[in-house]
Design a protein around this ligand. Structure first.
Ligand code: PRP
Ligand code: ZN
Length: 298
């Protein structure tokens, strides 16, 4: 592989795969190979995407095989604790919190089992693929329990009598429900994260990292942002500025032939709901238009 090109590790098949690729496409990346292959070649950026198991992503950045990685906070934190326990330090730095991959690492017990808070954990066997995060959770609450570390299929451990309860990721809750388990306590709220190597990269590579970060910021801002246009009496401008959600200094344009009325254009950094439009109308606004924002660069 070409050392002059950035390497970004992405989950091969899982909850983060599609939103990760969507983010990269919105950042302008054209990948020449599909996701069934191990490497996607960036045609218009010196950046290649490696498709791997999410659990391997921290190690790939740690060992400088990859410069960047897109992964869940759950995997990131688990690996960070694991490296610390081995007396080392993690060499992957979180650089962006991403607006997808929301889920939580939670404790779940058989539906019919009783639960009186974390005290109910004492002496119990808890199956998980996140032993370090679970150990920290138990230690902070001064609870002694047995951690049963598994490589996967944690949700069936109680039925197989390998554990009394589990500590696993929950997104929709469908997996728990299918396995007659119920969520009782959150261990970690999770979302996707972009990590990078702490190494000083050659200037051209570093430049692309910074460009990618700026584009990611732009994409994430745009997802919520709207461009709003309306007509309003000059006298209503203070009230209208107050009603526009998350907007900075709107543009005021005079309207030919009506000296009392102006056109207002503004970028709103939050979604614009019908309620807001109704209030703007009550404040004297007319000809309201709300448009999606395609790209943004601060
Ligand atoms: C998690 C977890 C459950 C499932 C929960 O696995 O282990 O199986 O997702 O999701 P749900 O609440 O929407 O049913 P994940 O997809 O992260 O795969 P991995 O742990 O093998 O990487
Ligand atoms: Zn995984």
């Amino acid at each position: 592989m070409d050392a002059a090109r950035l390497k970004l590790a992405v989950q091969k098949a899982g909850r983060l795969t599609d939103p990760s690729l969507d983010l990269l496409v919105r950042c302008g990346l054209k990948l020449s190979r599909g996701k069934d292959q191990l490497v996607g070649y960036g045609e218009n950026m010196p950046l290649d995407v490696l498709f791997v198991r999410d659990d391997d992503i921290p190690d790939l950045v740690q060992e400088d095989v990859c410069d960047l990685g897109l992964l869940g906070l759950n995997v990131l934190e688990e690996k960070r604790l694991e490296f610390a326990a081995r007396g080392g330090a993690a060499r992957f730095m979180p650089v962006r919190r991403l607006d997808f991959g929301r889920c939580r690492l939670s404790l779940a017990i058989p539906t019919e089992a009783s639960w009186q808070g974390v005290d109910s954990l004492r002496g119990k066997r808890i199956a998980t693929t996140y032993p370090f995060l679970l150990e920290r959770f138990l230690r902070e609450r001064e609870v002694t329990a047995h951690i049963v570390t598994l490589a996967g299929a944690v949700e069936i451990a109680p039925r197989l009598k390998r554990a009394d309860l589990i500590c696993d990721l929950v997104a929709s809750g469908a997996t728990l429900e299918a396995n007659h388990l119920r969520e009782v306590e959150t261990v970690l709220e999770c979302h996707a994260v972009l990590v990078r190597t702490p190494l000083i990269l050659p200037p051209e590579k570093e430049d692309w990292v910074q460009r990618l970060l700026m584009r990611i910021d732009g994409v994430q801002q745009v997802r919520e942002s709207k461009y709003i246009m309306l007509h309003a009496p000059r006298s209503a401008l203070p009230e209208i500025a107050r009603l526009l959600p998350g907007s900075e200094s709107p543009t005021i344009i005079p309207l030919e032939g009506s000296p009392d009325r102006v056109a207002v254009h503004a970028v709103c950094r939050e979604n614009v709901f019908w309620e807001t439009l109704e209030r703007l109308k009550q404040a004297g606004a007319s000809a309201l238009l709300v448009l999606p924002v395609e790209k943004m660069l601060a």
